[in-house]
Structure formats: C-alpha cells, structure tokens
Write a protein that binds this ligand. Structure first.
Ligand code: 7N6
Length: 309
C-alpha cells in the first residue's frame, strides 16, 4: 500500500505527547498528523500509531501499537480486513528491568517502608534482620521472552540468580535455569522473587493462582509487570493477607485503574505502581524508530518489523 498520511492517535497521550512523536517523524516521506476520534479523520490516514483500539482502524492499512502487549486489539477483525498490526516489543526490556530492580532493591533495602514512614515524619529504623541484599537471591521469571530477558539481564547484573518458566524447558540466554510451564510450581518454590512478565493470552489468563502462591516460600515476594489478568488477584490478596507470601510489587491489575477500595493500596509490603513500569522520556523516540524502520521496509518491500497480524 501507499503511505501518504500517518496519524498519531491522541490516545498515545497516556504515555507521551502525540505532538512529540509527530515532530520526531516529520522527516518521513509521508504527512504525519495527530488524529482524534473522528472516524473520517482516522480513515483519511493510511497508517495510525496508537495506544488504544478504535473500530475505524479496520479501514486503514497499517496500525502500529505503542505497547508490546497487543491484547487491546481484535486480531481476527484486523486479519479479516487485511489490516497490518505491528507492536513495540523490544523497547521496554531495559526500562521495565530497571523498574523491577527498583522493586527488589526497595524490598531488600526497606526503602518503601522508609518512604511510608516519611509521610508521618517518623524516624523508625528497620529491625536488625529486616534488610537483606540481592546477591545470592533467586528470581523466577514467568515468561522468558523479550521482556523477561530484559528483566533477567538487569537482575543478573545485580547478582541475582535468575530462573525462567516458559512453554518448553529449552535453555534461554540470561537464565541460569529454565522450567517448562508444567513445572511452574517447582520453579517458583525455591525463589525469593517470582516475577510475571507474560502477555495476556488464552493460555496465560489466571496462570498464577492460589496453588502458585501456596508453592511460593513464605518469605518470597511477588512481582507483576506483565498483565493483571495473568494473576488471580483475589488469590494474591488472600496470600498477602494470610502472610503466605512476604509481599508484592504490582504494576498491572485485573481492573485498571486499581479501584480505590482495593485492599492492595493499604498493605505495608505491597508496592503499587500505576501501569508505568516502562515509562521513560525516551518512549516516543523508541516508538518513532520502529515506525521509521517499518516505513523504510515498506518502501523496499521487506517484511514489517514486529508484525503481529
Ligand atoms: C504503556 C504500556 C506494553 O504492553 O503495557 C506495556 O507495552 C506498556 C507504557
């Protein structure tokens, strides 16, 4: 298809200003404009860069998602309408890895507790045996894909032994040991940290359930930077309330924004972040580079990078 006009949908605002991306791409051989929800405005574009899905996208040729996870998009309808869908996998690994390192360091070095105490001007030192250090601990990462590998790389640099759980037990670079999904309970049972980096699919929905929390050590922390529905959130809350795990750091939830009445907000050993583990001032540039790369590939007739549909 011909690429004359690329729309940057205003929903990208969740992560960066649409105008920043449009300006970054203004050297492309196509017109790049910010578009809103007006269907005519959208269908006047050949391609759209977006955060959310809109039905009008079924009438453009190419949709680029600024996320890695593509659970917002109806694959079947894209397929049936001949719309190409590409995503932004590959840009988040280091960023999310650093966020996960931050959670782990916070738990180990008791930073979240100090910040909570600071709100009350309370000088309250941790107990002598509350703090620990990361070298020698084990993190079990569920999902050894692009995101999981980025997390493994950052944690490995901090001296953490990293194991992984994936569909098959095939080794993956950066992971000291790999378990197949059917051995998930064994994989999580000796870990100090269990970290979900999985996308949401039919196979992963509620993969982490009460059984998984039971298999975890009582002093282990749980982290989710994948998708909320991969975890049975009420089973997680039960595990936290009954002290069958030590705590959790959560960036994604079954319902987002996390409802005000959720008990997760008030737990001392729970860190809640608002689905921002990948946020960085460089986000629009990284997305822009993928779009530019694909515009070049389209011109030279090569297959799209990061094509999903
Ligand atoms: C916006 C969300 C993804 O799937 O959820 C993440 O890429 C990022 C920063």
């Amino acid at each position: 298809f011909e690429l004359e006009r690329i729309g940057v949908h205003e929903s990208v605002e969740t992560v960066f200003p649409p105008s920043e991306l449009a300006a970054y791409l203004d050297d492309l051989p196509a017109e790049v404009t910010v578009v809103g929800d007006d269907a005519a405005e959208i269908t006047a574009c050949d391609a759209v860069v977006t955060f959310e899905h809109r039905d009008a996208y079924l009438e453009v040729d190419w949709v680029h998602s600024i996320q890695a996870g593509v659970d917002r998009f109806p694959f079947d309808e894209f397929e049936a309408s001949g719309v190409v869908l590409t995503n932004s996998t590959g840009i988040h690994d280091r960023w999310v890895g650093e966020t996960v390192a931050g959670y782990l360091l916070s738990f180990a070095r008791r930073i979240h507790t100090a910040v909570a105490n600071q709100q009350d001007r309370r000088w309250d030192q941790p107990d002598w045996n509350d703090g620990f250090t990361l070298p020698g601990t084990t993190a079990c990462v569920l999902g050894t894909g692009t995101l999981g590998s980025g997390v493994a790389e950052v944690l490995g640099a901090l001296g953490v032994r990293v194991t992984g759980v994936r569909r098959s037990a095939e080794p993956v670079p950066g992971f000291d040991e790999v378990y197949a999904t059917e051995d998930l309970l064994e994989g999580v049972s000796d870990a100090d940290f269990v970290i979900v980096t999985l996308p949401l699919t039919e196979q992963t929905r509620h993969l982490v359930d009460a059984e998984v929390f039971e298999a975890m050590r009582e002093d282990a922390y749980f982290v989710n930077v994948g998708r909320g529905p991969v975890v049975d959130e009420s089973a997680l809350i039960d595990a936290l309330e009954s002290d069958s795990i030590a705590g959790a750091a959560l960036d994604v939830f079954e319902t987002e924004p996390l409802p005000e009445e959720s008990p997760l907000w008030d737990m001392d050993e729970v860190i809640v972040t608002p689905h921002c583990a990948a946020f960085t001032e460089d986000y629009f540039r990284a997305v822009g580079d993928i779009v530019r790369e694909n515009v070049e590939r389209l011109e030279s007739g090569e297959p799209f990078h990061n094509r999903v549909v």
